[in-house]
Design a protein around this ligand. Structure first.
Ligand SMILES: NC(=O)c1ccc[n+]([C@@H]2O[C@H](COP(=O)([O-])OP(=O)(O)OC[C@H]3O[C@@H](n4cnc5c(N)ncnc54)[C@H](OP(=O)(O)O)[C@@H]3O)[C@@H](O)[C@H]2O)c1
Length: 233
């Protein structure tokens, strides 16, 4: 697809991978709405990037619906949903805090599903659309302390396959991107952004993967893309 003029929602676009992706899409001529929970940060980043900030917590279904309604009212169409909003909690199974499990699922799983539900309704009518789910290398590999985060990404991966099977007949592509570690505000208790590290991934490589998968002609679909650092050691 041609990204010039494309109408794109990036959830969690106020920092890290989402912010870089929004920036690169805007540079390609796309029209972008970013969302986030911290309204001040969101509006500051939207101003900096030259896009629209819509304050919405994806874990709230009404807010997810409100985001899609807002985009449709503004643009009359939506071409791409990037389900990027997400965060992590870690802990051992014998110390599991069920409330943390529910809260992470509310964003990473239920939030992504709510955004996909309302965008899919638009995409089916349009007979076109794209959903990019930002999962993780943790979406296919369990590890100690991964009961909350890794399993939320396993669930997102399962939903990706279901949505793809349902929506491809409407010309809708559903694509999963799996980043390995990217130093960002992710998993930082105080939400401060980490500095880039020379040999580790940066948000740019993830944005490049997203843009590559979108720019391919819409008759073809890259189903999954995993991005790892070449030599992080
Ligand atoms: N960084 C990594 O190593 C890594 C690796 C694999 C996958 N990922 C995935 O990549 C995605 C982006 O992560 P990142 O590294 O860019 O993290 P980040 O810098 O912490 O950015 C996360 C973004 O999501 C937003 N967000 C979180 N919960 C939200 C909610 N309920 N509703 C709306 N917005 C919400 C945050 O806004 P607020 O600050 O306002 O909440 C922020 O804009 C996540 O899904 C993450 O799981 C990251």
């Amino acid at each position: 697809m041609n990204l010039k003029g494309a109408k794109i929602i990036v959830t969690g676009g106020s920092s890290g991978i989402g912010k870089q992706t929004a920036k690169d899409l805007i540079d390609k001529g796309a029209e972008v709405i970013i969302t986030g929970r911290d309204e001040q940060k969101l509006l500051k980043v939207a101003l900096e990037l030259g896009c629209t900030g819509f304050h919405a917590d994806v874990s709230n279904e009404e807010a997810a619906k409100g985001t899609v309604d807002f985009a449709l009212e503004k643009w009359g169409a939506i071409d791409v949903l990037i389900n990027n909003a997400g965060y992590a909690e870690f802990g051992l199974i014998h110390e599991l805090e069920i409330e943390k499990l529910k809260a992470v699922y509310a964003t990473n799983v239920f939030g992504a599903a709510a955004m996909a539900k309302y965008c899919a309704q638009v995409f089916i009518k349009q007979q076109s659309g794209n959903i990019i789910n930002i999962a993780s290398t943790a979406a296919s590999k369990g590890y100690p302390q991964g009961s909350i985060y890794a399993t939320s990404k396993f669930a997102l991966s399962g939903m990706t396959q279901c949505w793809r099977a349902e929506l491809r007949k409407y010309n809708v592509r559903v694509i999963q991107i799996n980043p390995s570690e990217v130093p960002t505000a992710f998993a930082q208790a105080d939400r401060t952004e980490r500095e880039e590290e020379k040999n580790k991934l940066s948000p740019k490589e993830i944005s490049d993967a997203i843009i590559t998968s979108l720019e391919m002609d819409s008759r073809g679909m890259i189903t999954d893309m995993t991005v790892i650092a070449t030599n992080p050691f």
